[in-house]
Each structure stands twice: as structure tokens, then as C-alpha cells.
Design a protein around this ligand. Sequence first.
Ligand code: TYC
Length: 106
Amino acid sequence: MGDQQERTDGAVKERIAPKTKKQEPTLFKVVLLNDDYTTMDFVIRVLEAVFQKSPAEAFRVMMHVHLNGRGIAGVYPWEIAETKVGTVTTMAREAGYPLKAVLEEG
Ligand code: TYC
């Protein structure tokens, strides 16, 4: 038996965590912002590729952002939301568009 190992004479030590109510992970909205230069087609493509929207839903969200200035592309736990913002930004810059996505808690 290694030095680190405790001798328990075969007894099984259990430490039962106190029952706490399971916390829901905090969710973050990925919000798309309107601009005058990104094409409607590109925004639709991003919504389909990054946010798994159907063509009809992608069109609806894009038009909402176009008309209202901003709109929710999706709601995710922090790491996923953050990654999606990065993916949108990379795709947009590579295509030469200023499209912006931001995170919002809640
Ligand atoms: N306003 C853009 C245009 O008229 C389209 C657009 C929609 C851009 C949504 C960004 O997040 C956006 N070409």
C-alpha cells in the first residue's frame, strides 16, 4: 500500500455531498447588430451555418435585425455563446463585412 493511501480496514469511506438544488447554467443571448454594409444574404448564411436556423427562420431573424437594429440569433451557455460570437466575427471579417455579434446575459 502506498504512503498516500489511508488504511481503513476495509471500511468504505463515503462522503455524501449535501443535497443542493441543481443550478441551471447561466445562459447568454448572442445578439446580432444591424449595419449598412453587410449583405442580407451573408447574414442569412451566418444564421444558417452558425445558429442552425432554417432558411425561413434565418430570413425572419435577419429582417428583424435589419428593421429593429438588433435581434437574438441564439441563446447558449457562456462558452458556446462566446465561441459563436468569435465564429461570426471571423466569418464576417474574412468576407470583408463589419457585421457584429455581442453577448447579453440572461
Ligand atoms: N442592413 C443590412 C442591409 O440592408 C442587412 C443586415 C441585416 C446587416 C442584419 C446586418 O445583422 C444584420 N444590407
